[in-house]
Design a protein around this ligand. Structure first.
Ligand SMILES: NC(=O)c1ccc[n+]([C@@H]2O[C@H](COP(=O)([O-])OP(=O)(O)OC[C@H]3O[C@@H](n4cnc5c(N)ncnc54)[C@H](O)[C@@H]3O)[C@@H](O)[C@H]2O)c1
Length: 249
């Protein structure tokens, strides 16, 4: 592969698992230096070891995205270790089920803290470094559930919808200052976040997807790769759906 992310320094949250780990591998292969951030330390270090064995350049840093001070130390670490920051992927996220009348305040606040407030903190705290680079990109990972409703989780839908509109607003705010902000909307992707969905339910879910199957974490990472590369220099405020056709119905 050509080095499409040569000279980029990326901070990727939730980089230990699933979609985040696929980003780490692909971005490093494309020439980026990557700070892998997560709270699953062992898995995060494992992803980093593999990348470095394969000739890439990555380091692990513990970042609980729901803690503002963690963000400050993580951004400082990217700058200390790699000399700056050009790319931020706000990917860390959680899911739990809950309807309007069964969701708890605790569950709601946790979802908002990790899926929504953290995306703002990430953009806010990384912004001074991104602005310095003069040619930066932010990817916020929403979900097709930030676009369409489902019976599953009132709080998840709320946070992913918030990510969508925050990204568009941030894109406009920084459009003339060298920071592009784009959103990706994954459909159903094979990662641990789906938890223990029973096989028969998964089959039913897949039957509802026009392509008839779940996607792979790499499908999302390839979309990000384009949006973070200089090939996407005129792309900001964009919404890329990667869902096997689910939201086209
Ligand atoms: N898999 C899907 O079907 C799907 C669909 C739509 C959107 N998404 C979104 O994609 C993103 C990645 O999810 P995934 O599918 O790879 O799931 P995953 O569970 O494999 O990965 C999520 C990662 O986020 C990390 N994380 C959770 N809380 C954190 C915190 N407080 N601080 C730092 N890291 C934290 C986890 O440790 C984990 O490594 C999430 O934002 C999710 O909502 C996933």
């Amino acid at each position: 592969m050509s080095k499409r992310l040569q000279n980029k320094v990326a901070l990727i949250t939730g980089g230990a698992s699933g979609i985040g780990a696929a980003h780490v591998r692909l971005f490093a292969e494309a020439g980026a230096k990557v700070l892998v951030c997560d709270i699953q330390d062992e898995m995060g270090r494992g992803v980093v070891e593999q990348v470095n064995r394969d000739g890439g350049e990555a380091a692990y840093f513990r970042l609980d995205v729901s803690k503002e001070d963690n963000w400050r130390t993580a951004v400082a670490e990217a700058v200390r270790r790699f000399g700056g920051l050009t790319t931020l992927v706000n990917n860390a996220g959680i899911y739990h089920a809950g309807e309007v009348d069964t969701e708890t305040n605790e569950g709601w606040n946790r979802m908002v803290a990790i899926n929504q407030t953290a995306v703002w903190w990430g953009m806010k705290i990384a912004m001074p470094e991104l602005l310095k680079s003069g040619n930066a990109a932010i990817i916020n990972i929403s979900s097709m559930y930030g676009m369409v409703g489902s019976p599953g989780s009132i709080a998840y839908h709320a946070t992913k919808g918030a990510v969508r509109i925050m990204s568009r607003s941030a894109a406009i705010q920084y459009a003339r200052r060298g920071v592009r902000v784009n959103t990706i909307f994954p459909g159903v992707i094979k990662t641990p976040i789906l938890g223990d969905v029973p096989d028969h339910m998964m089959k039913q879910l897949e039957e509802g997807i026009p392509m008839g199957r779940r996607g792979n974490p790499e499908d999302i990472a390839y979309a990000s790769l384009f949006l973070c590369s200089d090939e996407a220099q005129y792309v900001t405020g964009a919404e890329m759906v990667v869902d096997g056709g689910s939201t086209a119905i």
